[in-house]
Design a binder for this molecule. Structure first.
Ligand code: KG4
Ligand code: ZN
Length: 342
């Protein structure tokens, strides 16, 4: 009889986090993430430095993941890895490592789309946390992504809308930078916003067709607003930081919620699942609770460590593909632009 337990080693290296995880079927045994601190001093991710740091981190991170899971590499059933989308130099490190390891261990290789993984993270078995039932809407919000996706099955996804320019996390981070806050400023805006008045200042919302988003105009209007106000009063930012943060956050959340409400109306689907680093924002969580109470939505947020970039979400896709017998040829190459469902 074959062992019903499948052990998947998963590798994620699409941006600036090197991560490895071991899953036993849909359960996470370990999920190790090495966050690259080097980018902090540059106020954003520097692709060449990210690639070099992945090369340094990948072997120790994989070792740690296996050790924490108490699994020998000979027990592995398959190696899953992020093929794309992401930074080419970063993806290359994880892709080559995964290919070599699978070849050496003579186990199947499984490619994973990073954006599908953010969504399928909801299917990681984690205590009594329920996965969203199909069909559901997924809102993926992070420093690199802003997408609304209709999910009809594990591998039946339809992109309904996405940002045409900056991702929502970038909107938070760039606004924070204008306020003199360190990178990544999203969590700081969230913190200051909690003590401020969201209606203190008004910023225009962009007019974008359909379910797409745009955040680059907001950054420009904040810049002009701050230039105007500090000319009148050089202490303006320091004296009004909480109110500015609350107003910026309010505008960003309005932009997100307007489109999410439109997607619910368009599809009639009230199951709404969110993921990505911005899912940590206290304001978005409050908005979702409000939509549950007032609009009858049912909302789903994975554990935070499965929201930010991590290999456990790559592992769950690896397991689901393993079950389907969907394996990848050794000739596979990393793919920086990799559309969902392609
Ligand atoms: O998913 P993630 O860790 O990495 C990727 O970008 O893929 O997301 C990081 C982003 C950053 O832009 C960060 O500022 C934002 O998520 N973020 C937040 C909060 N926590 C993290 N933005 C707003 N409020 C937060 N509490
Ligand atoms: Zn991501």
């Amino acid at each position: 009889m074959t062992d019903p337990k499948k052990y998947i080693l998963a590798i994620e290296s699409s941006c600036d986090d090197t991560s490895a995880a071991v899953l036993c079927n849909a359960k996470v045994l370990s999920n190790v993430v090495a966050t690259q601190e080097i980018h902090r001093q540059y106020g954003g991710v520097v692709p060449e430095l990210a690639s070099r740091a992945h090369q340094q981190n990948i072997v120790p991170v994989v070792h740690q993941a296996l050790a924490k899971a108490n699994i020998d590499k000979k027990q592995l059933s398959a190696i899953a890895f992020t093929r794309g989308p992401g930074l080419m130099g970063s993806l290359l490190v994880g892709t080559s490592f995964a290919k070599s390891l699978a070849l050496g261990l003579e186990v199947p290789l499984i490619e994973v789309n990073h954006m599908e993984a953010h969504i399928l993270a909801h299917f990681i078995q984690d205590g009594d946390r329920a996965a969203p039932p199909f069909p559901f809407l997924a809102l993926t919000i992070s420093g690199g992504h802003t997408q609304i996706v209709k999910v009809s099955g594990h591998f039946a996804m339809e992109l309904l809308g996405e940002s045409l320019d900056d991702a929502v996390g970038e909107a938070f981070d760039k606004s924070a930078k204008l306020l003199g806050l360190p990178y990544p400023g999203g969590p700081l805006i969230d913190r200051y916003a909690q003590g401020g008045d969201p209606s203190a200042f008004a910023f225009p919302k962009p007019k974008v067709d359909g379910l797409n988003f745009s955040f680059s105009g907001l950054k420009t209007s904040i810049l002009y607003f701050l230039q105007r106000e500090t000319k009148k009063d050089p202490a303006f930012v320091g004296d009004n930081l909480a109110d500015i943060c609350a107003s910026v956050q309010h505008t960003i959340l309005e932009i997100l919620m307007d489109k999410l409400r439109a997607a619910v109306e368009l599809t009639g689907i009230k199951e709404v699942a969110i993921g990505g680093g911005v899912a940590a924002n206290s304001g978005i969580r409050a908005r979702l609770r409000e939509a549950e109470e007032k609009l009858g939505w049912r909302t789903y947020v994975p554990k935070f460590e499965y929201c930010t970039d991590n290999a456990a979400m790559i592992g769950i896709v690896g397991f689901l593909k393993f079950e389907k017998g969907e394996f990848t040829d050794q000739r596979v190459a990393a793919k920086a632009r990799y559309a969902l469902g392609s």
